[in-house]
Design a protein. Structure first.
Length: 296
């Protein structure tokens, strides 16, 4: 991480990222919004460490371990060395964030340093849990909830978002020699990994991508079913994330998955995202139990 990045505040890092997730924090009351901004910045920074291909692998491993040790200090009441973790510490204390979830996230990122393929759907499920659901389990404490079913809601939401990301980013990941679609699925559909790396579209690839999309849809439906009625307002940011990524999934499907082979990932316009978020906020505050995702 650069010296400039190291000096940035959580808010600056989040603004710089221009993320779909960060946009959903607007629905939160100010203290929770600030807390989520700092938490998101931490997640963004450790993710950037893992993705910094100009840095040697060993250097990235060492850096991730330093982040792990620093956030563990913060969780245990010690004094962190990194300015961002120091900023995060009051959030950890106020909302009772657990080190095990930070650790799971970092383990997921470390796995990207060790391998560029996923063998089975079981492996993929673990990866999605670590890099997405663990973040959801941290976030849900900041959102606040009454029913503990919100925790499993966030686990499923994380997997729905990550499956969508994996589909959307196939071409972008291939540029770096990475494939997150399980090897067992590629073999079943007769898709040669070399064809994905070269961006080749085929009927076999369409069938493979359609299965991945169907699995993402299942996670969205589980997410919607798990949300307790009494926590719909407190989970409005989660619902915003689900609605935006659901729209991305639908847009990908409309291209018959041709768009996912483009190294430049498909994106929604800011106007479209704001329209989606407004729809979620409106339904939430009118007390509607109908989700903005998971159904056509």
């Amino acid at each position: 991480m650069s010296e400039v990045s190291a000096a940035e505040s959580g808010e600056q890092i989040t603004q710089r990222s221009a993320s779909n997730l960060a946009l959903s924090f607007v629905a939160l009351e100010k203290p929770r919004r600030r807390a989520m901004t700092t938490l998101y910045a931490f997640c963004r920074e450790v993710d950037d460490v893992a993705d910094e291909e100009s840095s040697p692998l060993e250097s990235r491993r060492v850096s991730l371990q330093e982040w792990r040790e620093d956030v563990q200090k913060a969780c245990e009441g010690g004094v962190p060395r990194k300015s961002l973790v120091l900023e995060l510490q009051p959030v950890i204390e106020r909302y009772g964030l657990q080190f095990e979830h930070f650790d799971a996230l970092i383990k997921g990122l470390e796995s990207d340093l060790e391998q560029d393929r996923i063998e089975t759907f079981e492996d993929l499920d673990l990866y999605c849990y670590r890099v997405a659901s663990a973040v959801g389990l941290l976030s849900v404490e900041v959102f606040g909830y009454r029913d503990t079913a919100c925790q499993q809601y966030m686990v499923e939401l994380g997997k729905a978002l990550q499956y969508t990301n994996i589909l959307r980013d196939i071409g972008n990941d291939a540029e770096r020699g990475r494939i997150y679609i399980p090897q067992e699925a590629m073999e079943r559909f007769g898709v040669d990994p070399r064809s994905i790396l070269s961006g080749k579209y085929s009927t076999a690839f369409y069938n493979l991508a359609e299965e991945m999309s169907g699995m993402a849809r299942c996670h969205y439906k589980k997410t919607a079913a798990l949300l307790p009625d009494g926590d719909r307002r407190s989970m409005v940011s989660g619902e915003c994330m689900a609605a935006v990524y659901w729209r991305i999934l639908c847009a990908i499907e409309k291209t018959r998955f041709r768009a996912v082979l483009d190294p430049k990932p498909l994106k929604l316009s800011k106007i479209t995202k704001l329209s989606i978020l407004f729809g979620v906020w409106t339904r939430s505050f009118l007390g509607s139990s109908k989700p903005n995702y998971g159904q056509d």
